[in-house]
Design a protein around this ligand. Structure first.
Ligand SMILES: Nc1nc2c(c(=O)[nH]1)N[C@@H](CN(C=O)c1ccc(C(=O)N[C@@H](CCC(=O)O)C(=O)O)cc1)CN2
Ligand SMILES: NCC(=O)N[C@@H]1O[C@H](COP(=O)([O-])[O-])[C@@H](O)[C@H]1O
Length: 215
C-alpha cells in the first residue's frame, strides 16, 4: 500500500528534491510525495514539485495576512488553517506522514494538536545534533562555536516535531566533523549533502514505525 507524504517547505527545496527522487525506490519504498506546502510564495521548492513527474500538487499558505486579519493571535490562526488545509486534502493526497523540510515556521499547538488527533506524525530536519543550536541559523551558529573552540563536531538530525522546538525524539542522527579553516559555506555544503540522505532515512523510519514494523 502506498504511503503518502506531505512536505512543508520555505525555500530552495533541495531536501524536498531528495524525497521526490527517493520516493518509491528502495530508499523510500511504497511512498509518494502527495502534496507540498510552502509558507513563501517564491520558494523554489514549489517549482521542484511542479516539475516532478507526475507533478506534485502544491499550496502556498502565507503568514503575513494573518498579522492583520488575526492581530490577537496570528500564529494560532495561521496554524489552525494550516492544519485544516492538510486535514481537508483529498484522499489521494491525505498524509500518512508530514515532513518539515526547511520549514521555517514554529508550529504552535493550534497545528500540532489537530494533526496529532488525526494520528499523523510530523518529522523535521535540523542541521545540528540533539540539544545543540535549536532554532534557525544552526549551521552558522555551529560554525561560529567551532571557531571559538567551543565544539569539535556538529551534525544533522531528523526528529519528531513537538511543541518545544527541535526537542522531539530523534529518529536519525548523523555526526559531522568540523574542519579548521573551513568556511561556513563549505561546511554548509557538506551538511546539506548529509541532510539529503538523513531526510530520506528519517521518512522511511517514521513510516515504518507508524505501520508498526520498525526495521
Ligand atoms: N513546534 C515546532 N515547530 C517547529 C519545529 C519544532 O521542532 N517544533 N522545527 C522547526 C524547524 N526549525 C528548526 O529545525 C526552525 C525553523 C524556524 C524557526 C524560527 O525561529 N522561525 C521564526 C520565523 C523565522 C523566519 O521566518 O525566517 C518563527 O516561526 O517565528 C525556528 C526553528 C519548524 N517548526
Ligand atoms: N531549522 C531548520 C533549518 O534550519 N533547516 C535548514 O533549511 C535548509 C532548507 O534547505 P532546502 O530548502 O534546500 O531543503 C536545510 O538545508 C536546513 O539546513
Amino acid at each position: 500500500m502506498m504511503s503518502r507524504i506531505v512536505v512543508l517547505i520555505s525555500g530552495s527545496g533541495s531536501n524536498l528534491q531528495a524525497l521526490i527522487d527517493a520516493a518509491s525506490t528502495l530508499s523510500l519504498p511504497s511512498a509518494s510525495i502527495a502534496h507540498v506546502i510552502s509558507n513563501r510564495k517564491a520558494a523554489y521548492g514549489l517549482t521542484r514539485a511542479a516539475n516532478a513527474t507526475p507533478p506534485i500538487p502544491t499550496s502556498y499558505h502565507g503568514f503575513p495576512p494573518y498579522k492583520t486579519s488575526h492581530p490577537s493571535d496570528p500564529r494560532g490562526a495561521y496554524d489552525a488553517d494550516l492544519a485544516k488545509l492538510i486535514l481537508s486534502l483529498p484522499e489521494d493526497q491525505y498524509p500518512d506522514l508530514i515532513v518539515c523540510a526547511g520549514w521555517m515556521h514554529i508550529l504552535s499547538p493550534k497545528f500540532l494538536d489537530p494533526i496529532d488527533e488525526a494520528g499523523i506524525p510530523i518529522i523535521n530536519l535540523h542541521p545540528a545534533l540533539p540539544g545543540a543550536f535549536d532554532g534557525a541559523g544552526a549551521i552558522e551558529r555551529s560554525w561560529e562555536a567551532f571557531n571559538k573552540g567551543e565544539i569539535t563536531e556538529t551534525g544533522v538530525m531528523i526528529h519528531y516535531v513537538i511543541k518545544e522546538v527541535d526537542r522531539g525524539d530523534p529518529i536519525v542522527v548523523k555526526k559531522v566533523e568540523m574542519k579548521a579553516g573551513e568556511s561556513v559555506e563549505e561546511l554548509t555544503e557538506r551538511i546539506h549533502a548529509i541532510e539529503h540522505v538523513a531526510i530520506v532515512e528519517g521518512a522511511k523510519l517514521a513510516l515504518e514505525k507508524k505501520k508498526g514494523n520498525p526495521s
